[in-house]
Design a protein around this ligand. Structure first.
Ligand SMILES: Cc1cc2nc3c(=O)[nH]c(=O)nc-3n(C[C@H](O)[C@H](O)[C@H](O)COP(=O)(O)OP(=O)(O)OC[C@H]3O[C@@H](n4cnc5c(N)ncnc54)[C@H](O)[C@@H]3O)c2cc1C
Length: 200
């Protein structure tokens, strides 16, 4: 199965790993130990010792397009992150797009059932709107498969937690694939903070 969602890094703390080191070294007043590569050793040490609060000084924001409401419903359970999500109250969902799971896409009979159900939802939504039913009520016929745009901000400690939970084998395929894309992006910008997860 593969998600067609796109993950875009909107913003990240500049010089994040140096900042984490500088903040963390305040605990020991050991700024004299700072050098070209000292942040790598320092970050590995705080992660190994479980001093994860120091990672909270850096954060990153992602825009995710093309994920389903099933995906967004799961990701918004992470209370230490901040979210802005496309509203089904304010955005007209006429002709909404859907995510089709691979298991359905690969099974012609299942795909027919799925496509018919989606077409029925689209038609019902349009009919309700034509009856002057407000978007906030017409949306009750929208399926979990409908796509929904979302922006997520979290500090590095929370991203590590989200990635840890959502890339494990037991996680649902769509959130797992999106989390893997997020990890890839984070590992480019803060390689030491995410290296143990990127290699796993
Ligand atoms: C494979 C999988 C299956 C799941 N299945 C279900 C399901 O069937 N039903 C369901 O309802 N949910 C399900 N979930 C969601 C899960 O229960 C959590 O709600 C979600 O993963 C958020 O995790 P969290 O609370 O650890 O993290 P966050 O909310 O991101 O919080 C991060 C950490 O901060 C701390 N924290 C946050 N808030 C508090 C608080 N109020 N008090 C104390 N400490 C706090 C905790 O240490 C927490 O781990 C599933 C998750 C996974 C990964």
């Amino acid at each position: 199965m593969s998600s067609s969602a796109t993950v875009e890094l909107l913003g990240i703390t500049p010089n994040a790993e140096r900042l984490i080191e500088e903040a963390g070294r305040t605990c020991y007043l050991s700024f004299d130990k700072m050098g070209d590569d000292s942040h790598k050793r320092f970050i590995r040490m705080i992660i190994k010792n479980g001093h994860h609060s120091v990672l909270e000084h850096a954060s990153a924001t992602f825009r995710i397009k093309g994920g389903s409401r099933s995906f967004t419903h799961q990701i918004v359970r992470h209370r230490m992150a901040s979210f802005s999500q496309q509203s089904q109250r304010y955005v007209d969902e006429h002709g909404f797009q859907v995510v089709t799971p691979g298991s359905i896409e690969q099974n012609p009979e299942a795909l027919k059932v799925f496509n018919e159900a989606v077409a029925h939802c689209r038609e019902a939504y349009a009919k309700l709107k034509a009856m002057d039913i407000r978007k906030e009520d017409a949306r009750f016929v929208l399926p979990n498969a409908a796509t929904s745009e979302i922006v997520i901000t979290a500090n590095f400690r929370e991203w590590r937690h989200i990635i840890d939970m959502r890339t494990e084998k037991g996680a649902q395929w769509e959130i797992r694939e999106i989390s893997e894309q997020i990890l890839k992006e984070l590992a480019k910008h803060a390689p030491t903070v995410f290296e143990d997860m990127a290699q796993a």
